[in-house]
Design a protein. Sequence first.
Length: 135
Amino acid sequence: ADDLAPAIASQPAALAALDRSILTQEWAQAERLLKHLREKPPAWLATGAAEVRVREVLIRLGLGQRPQALAALKELVIKGGTARGAAFKVVRDLLAGGDQEKAMLLAREIGRLLPDDPAAARLMREAETPPPVGP
């Protein structure tokens, strides 16, 4: 059943399909897309891996697969550069969306992976600050 091939033919199409599944919380569909990307990696995946990995973190959290979510996060963090920046952004996006529990889980893992990194320490503080209470 190669019905997913068109969805992952290009990076924009694949990321859009993953984003749709995350937005609508269709975790099973998102997991199928990830599995397909792993089993039949398209050429663009070589340069687009970090973008997919970011979404994998969110999908694994959505599926309740914390160990896999943290493993995907670790891959982003240890790569450094833009991949690491993407890992930080996931935490801030979760915070902005009001999901402090997941944000804190990821921030603590980043802090564990980067114990001497001031940016990681700052991110942990951000995640641990209670959200402002509305009027």
